[in-house]
Design a protein around this ligand. Structure first.
Ligand code: PRX
Length: 653
C-alpha cells in the first residue's frame, strides 16, 4: 500500500501527461474522419471546426435522418438558438425506427441487470414494439402532441421505453429521479402540468424495496392535472390503487397495436423538460428539443467514447439525471449501441459488483462519476483486481472535478494503465459534452482538457476579458446544438441566469482556470449551488426545506469540502422561540429534508445557532458562514446587519 501511495504521488508530481499511442489513435472514429477530410492533427481539427455551421451540418448528415431537409443549420437570435430550421424530425426515428429496417433489429439495445441478479436482454426490435404499444396506450388516455407526461421510474428498461413512447407521439416527458421524494415529484408535476404519470410498484435498492407507487400517490394527490397513472409491475407486492385513475402497464398495453406512427414534428419542437437546481427558488425546468439535441448527443458520444458497432457501453449514471437522458437513452440508441442498465446500488451486495458486471457483459467503455471512483478507491483495489476487466478500452468521468489521485487510481486499477480517461464537462443545460478530451487528446489528470470541435468556450474575469492561468467564469461563446431552449414558462429567468452577466455569452456558473496549453480546469460552482456526489442541489432549496419544518425559524446551508462526495451539506438552523435543541430534533429535521427533497439533500451536519449572519437587506451571507465553518479567513463583515452572528457559527451546537 505504501509502495502504491508513493507510486501515485510520483505520477502526480511529475505532472505527467498521458499520450495515447499512435496505434490507438489510428483506429478511432475521430481520426478516421480527420483522414477523410485531410486534417492532420488535433489542433487543426479544432481550428477547422470553428466554422460551426459547416461542422454541425456535416455531422447531421452522418448521424440523423430528417423526414424533410432543413433550410438553415443555425438560426441564432441571442439568447435563443434554433437548429436545423425547417426540418421535419422526430428523435425516435433515429433511436428506433431506422434500426428496424436493418440487421440492428435483432441487435441487443439494452442488457438489463437487476439488483438481485436477474438479467434480461432487449433487442432493438423488442424495444420498438414495446415503445409502440405504450405510445398507443398513452394515446388511448388522450395524450397528444405537446402534452407533458411525468415519469417517475428507477433504472429499468421501462424508463427509456416510457421516454421514447412520449417522444414518439410528440408528448414532452419530464423524468423525475426516483430518489426524489413525493413532495419533489409533486412540485415538478404541478409546474409542468403533467397529464399522466408513469411509475412502478416497487424497485430493489440495497437489498430493500422502495415503494415508488405509494410515493407517486402522495404526489398525485396534490397535482390536479394528473388524470391517469400507469404502473409497471417490477416486483409484484401489493400497492395502493385508485380505480379509474391507475392502470397496470401490462394491462393497458396488452391489446395495443405493435405499430404506432411516429409523429413528424418540427426539429425544434420540445423533447423534454428536466428540472435542475439553481441559485434561487424552485428547480428550473430546462427545455430540450428534438433535432439539435439528437445531433449533439450522438456526435459527442461517437467521438469522445469512440463507440463502434461491437462496443458494450455502460454509462453508470441514473436516467433521472441528464447524463442518463443523453447517454443511456438518446445518443446510444441513435448510434445503435448495446448499453448496460443496472438497477441497483454500487458495491452491493459485494464490493466487486460493478467489476463483475463489466466482466460478465464484456463492457468495453465505462462512464461514471468521481464520487463512485473515490468510493471504490476507499474499498480497496483488491476488489477490481479479483476481476479481469480486460474488455475495457476507454473510461469516462462526469459530474464534478476529478481529483488527480482518483484519476490515477481509476487509470491504474480499472483501466489497467491502458484506457484513456475522458473527463467530460457539461451540464443539464448544455445537453451534451462541451469540454472534453477526444481519444486522440493528450491528457492531464484533473483537467477536462479543451472544448470539443464545434464548441467555443473561454474563461472570463469579472470585466468580461478572457484570462489565462487565473480562476474566472466559464463561458460559452457560440451556441451549440444541444443547448437548452429556455426554462419552462420562465423566459426572463433564462435570460437573467445565463445571459445577463456578459453580452450574448452563456454563463455556465462554474469557476474555471485555463492553463497555458489551453486546458480547462473546472474548479466548482461559482454560485450558490452545491455539488454533492455529482448531484446538483441549490443551497436555497435545502434552506426552504429546512424552514418548512414547524420548529425551524431560519436556516443557512453551505457546502464543506468532503473527501468522498466532493462536497458535504452543513446546515445552521435557528429554532423557533421556545424550542429547545436536542438530538431527536436534529434527526427529525434531517429526515424532514429527505421527505421534502430526497435523501441526497439531507444535511450531513446540522448545527443549532441563535442567529445567522445576514446583510442589511436580509440576505444570508453564505460566503461568511462557509469561511467561518471551514476555518478560512472570513474577510470583510462590515456590511453585515448582525456581525456578532459570525461567532455563532463557531458556537453552533
Ligand atoms: O459544476 C459543474 C459540474 O456539474 C455541473 C452540472 O451539473 P448537472 O447539470 O447536474 O449535470 C451533471 C452531469 C452533466 C457543472 O456546472 N460538472 C459536470 N461535469 C464536470 C463538472 N465539474 C468538473 N468536471 C466535470 N467533468
Amino acid at each position: 500500500m505504501a509502495e502504491e501511495k508513493k507510486d501515485i504521488s510520483v505520477l502526480l508530481t511529475e505532472k505527467r501527461v498521458f499520450k495515447p499511442t499512435p496505434e490507438f489513435v489510428e483506429q478511432t472514429n475521430v481520426k478516421k474522419w480527420m483522414n477523410k477530410h485531410g486534417i492532420k492533427d488535433y489542433d487543426e481539427l479544432l481550428k477547422k471546426c470553428e466554422d460551426i455551421e459547416w461542422f454541425w451540418g456535416e455531422m447531421s448528415k452522418e448521424l440523423v435522418e430528417w423526414y424533410s431537409p432543413y433550410d438553415k443549420v443555425l438560426d441564432w437570435n441571442p439568447p435563443f438558438a434554433k437548429w436545423f430550421t425547417g426540418a421535419k424530425y422526430n428523435i425516435v426515428h433515429d433511436a428506433l425506427d431506422k434500426h428496424i429496417k436493418t440487421a440492428r433489429k435483432d441487435k441487443i439495445a439494452y442488457i438489463f441487470e437487476g439488483e438481485p441478479g436477474d438479467i434480461k436482454k432487449w433487442t432493438y426490435g423488442e424495444l420498438y414494439t414495446e415503445v409502440n404499444k405504450l405510445a398507443n396506450a398513452l394515446k388511448s388516455l388522450g395524450v397528444k402532441k405537446g402534452d407533458r407526461v411525468g415519469i417517475y421510474l428507477p433504472m429499468l428498461v421501462e424508463l427509456p421505453i416510457a421516454m421514447l413512447a412520449c417522444a414518439k407521439i410528440g408528448a414532452v416527458h419530464s423524468v423525475v429521479f426516483s430518489g426524489f421524494s413525493a413532495t419533489a415529484l409533486r412540485d415538478r408535476l404541478i409546474d409542468c402540468e403533467s397529464k399522466v404519470v408513469i411509475t412502478c410498484d416497487h424497485f430493489y435498492r440495497r437489498g430493500g424495496k422502495v415503494a415508488l407507487k405509494k410515493q407517486t400517490d402522495e404526489a398525485v394527490e396534490g397535482a390536479p392535472t394528473v388524470k391517469n397513472v400507469i404502473v409497471y409491475k417490477r416486483i409484484g407486492d401489493d400497492v395502493p390503487w385508485t380505480e379509474g385513475r391507475d392502470h397496470w402497464w401490462h394491462e393497458i398495453t396488452k391489446d395495443q397495436s405493435a405499430e404506432c406512427e411516429t409523429e413528424k414534428l418540427d426539429a425544434n419542437d420540445l423533447l423534454y423538460i428536466l428540472y435542475t437546481s439553481g441559485t434561487t427558488g424552485k428547480p428550473k425546468g430546462i427545455l430540450h428539443a428534438h433535432g439539435g439535441y439528437a445531433v449533439g448527443t450522438a456526435q459527442t458520444l461517437k467521438w469522445v467514447f469512440d463507440l463502434k458497432e461491437d462496443d458494450i457501453w455502460w454509462c453508470a449514471a441514473d436516467i433521472g439525471w441528464v447524463t442518463g437522458h443523453s447517454y443511456i437513452v438518446y445518443a446510444p440508441l441513435i448510434l445503435g449501441t448495446t448499453s448496460i442498465i443496472y438497477e441497483g446500488a454500487p458495491a452491493f451486495p459485494e464490493p466487486e459488483r460493478w467489476w463483475s458486471i463489466i466482466d460478465k457483459h464484456k463492457v468495453s467503455v465505462l462512464y461514471t462519476s468521481p464520487t463512485a471512483i473515490r468510493a471504490h478507491m476507499r474499498l480497496g483495489e483488491e476488489h477490481p483486481q479479483k476481476c479481469g476487466l480486460d474488455s475495457l478500452r476507454i473510461l469516462g468521468s462526469v459530474g464534478e472535478p476529478i481529483n488527480p489521485e482518483a484519476w490515477i487510481w481509476y487509470h491504474k486499477y480499472i483501466g489497467r494503465e491502458q484506457c484513456p480517461i475522458m473527463d467530460t464537462w457539461w451540464q443539464t443545460e448544455t445537453g451534451h459534452f462541451c469540454i472534453s478530451p477526444l481519444p486522440i487528446t493528450s491528457l492531464k489528470p484533473g483537467s477536462a482538457t479543451k472544448p470539443l470541435p464545434g464548441i467555443k468556450a473561454a474563461v472570463y474575469n469579472e470585466q468580461g476579458e478572457a484570462v489565462t492561468n487565473a480562476g474566472g467564469n466559464l463561458v460559452m461563446l457560440n451556441p451549440w446544438p444541444g443547448m437548452l431552449r429556455g426554462l419552462y414558462k420562465d423566459e426572463e429567468r433564462y435570460k437573467q441566469v445565463y445571459w445577463s452577466k456578459f453580452q450574448n455569452t452563456y454563463l455556465a456558473g462554474d469557476v474555471t482556470r485555463m492553463d497555458e496549453d489551453g486546458y480547462f480546469w473546472i474548479q466548482g460552482r461559482a454560485d450558490d449551488v452545491l455539488n454533492v456526489a455529482g448531484h446538483r442541489i441549490g443551497n436555497s432549496e435545502i434552506e426552504s426545506a429546512l424552514v418548512s419544518h414547524p420548529k425551524v425559524a431560519e436556516a443557512a446551508v453551505i457546502g464543506k469540502p468532503h473527501e468522498l462526495k466532493g462536497e458535504s451539506i452543513a446546515a445552521f438552523v435557528v429554532l423557533r422561540q421556545g424550542v429547545e435543541p436536542n438530538e431527536e430534533l436534529r434527526k427529525e429535521i434531517r429526515e424532514h429534508v429527505g421527505t421534502e427533497i430526497g435523501k441526497i439533500a439531507r444535511p450531513d451536519e446540522i448545527g443549532f445557532v441563535n442567529d445567522v449572519p445576514k446583510t442589511r437587506s436580509g440576505k444570508i451571507m453564505r460566503r461568511v458562514i462557509r469561511a467561518k465553518a471551514i476555518g478560512e479567513k472570513v474577510g470583510d463583515i462590515s456590511t453585515l446587519a448582525n456581525p456578532e452572528a459570525v461567532e455563532e457559527i463557531s458556537r453552533a451546537k
